[in-house]
Design a protein around this ligand. Sequence first.
Ligand SMILES: NC(=O)c1ccc[n+]([C@@H]2O[C@H](COP(=O)([O-])OP(=O)(O)OC[C@H]3O[C@@H](n4cnc5c(N)ncnc54)[C@H](OP(=O)(O)O)[C@@H]3O)[C@@H](O)[C@H]2O)c1
Length: 334
Amino acid sequence: MKVIELAAPRVDALHSCTYPDPVPGPAEVLVRLRAASLNFLDIAVATGKYPLNNFPIIPVTDGAGEIAAIGAAVTDWTVGERVIPHFIPNWQDGRMPTAGGGPRRGIDLPGSLAEYVVVPAHSLVHTPAHLSHAEAATLPIAATTAWRAVRTAGLGPHKTALVLGTGGVSLFAMQFARAHGARVLVTSSSDEKLERARKLGADEIINYKFTPKWADAVLRLTDGRGADLVLETGGAATFPQSIEAAGLDSTVFIIGFLSGTEVSINVVPVMERRIRLQGNNTGPVADFADAAAAMTAHGIKPVLDATFPMDQAQAAYRHLAEGGHFGKIAISIP
Ligand SMILES: NC(=O)c1ccc[n+]([C@@H]2O[C@H](COP(=O)([O-])OP(=O)(O)OC[C@H]3O[C@@H](n4cnc5c(N)ncnc54)[C@H](OP(=O)(O)O)[C@@H]3O)[C@@H](O)[C@H]2O)c1
């Protein structure tokens, strides 16, 4: 099969080669991949920011396709079904089995830049009927994480979500928050991206470059109450203001460190406003399946910024690393 291999932790070490076709074991499924999608994690792996010593690897955590063959013990899936393998295949539900959740696709297991992959049958989720393979490939990490943020915060009518930036997780969180009846505030460094977010349903938009004290804007736009969910993607540069922008009994859902990991915060407002600081590391197959079901029920489509052909994988990685994207970046697999 044709594969894009990552030979070393450098984007220019992505190269085309041929591997033997994998064969499914009794409880496994062979998936003919049709698309992959990038996350910040894939950039970290391909730039040495994520410590790995198992190169060469088949990279990219997220992908989608259709079942090409099933193992002898698989009874609940059939050849031809459109599927999305989860990125942590053995985290089924509930608590994480280990600190990292177990082996992950595109890191310690074969990833999505390949024509075929073998995965455990229990790691599959049905592709929502209204989504293309490229759209479906964007779901595992970003939609699962966004879904958990919205559910953990208990969003609903009369509640407000604040999502930082217009990356993949933030836009999914905006869509899920709206589907729960909540109001959504979006920040971005770009007015053009903010206008796009407004067209997608953002109720209020804040340019964090032009409004460096964006937490004050959040308080103003919520009549002083603050947000019930803050999707904290920024880390060092955003965390203190995320606390300022968080309301009474709110959740600051900590998922990223785009601007650094070390922060100093005042604990008093955390105590006084009973703010829950909730860390997260993606989620299990069950949450992914719930997120996909919600997308079907509400007709939610991922926001696809661009789709690159597989032989231009390096360009796709660079596009994400440059940060000009709005939403998700896909790679089509012929
Ligand atoms: N722990 C988890 O469960 C989990 C799961 C998924 C992702 N993550 C992490 O969450 C972060 C976001 O993931 P993603 O896939 O959505 O990333 P992404 O698609 O690359 O989006 C990143 C966006 O964040 C915004 N941003 C960058 N620096 C910022 C800053 N200082 N303040 C506010 N916004 C800033 C930018 O939006 P604008 O261009 O609009 O300014 C940028 O486009 C990454 O760090 C990723 O590793 C964690």
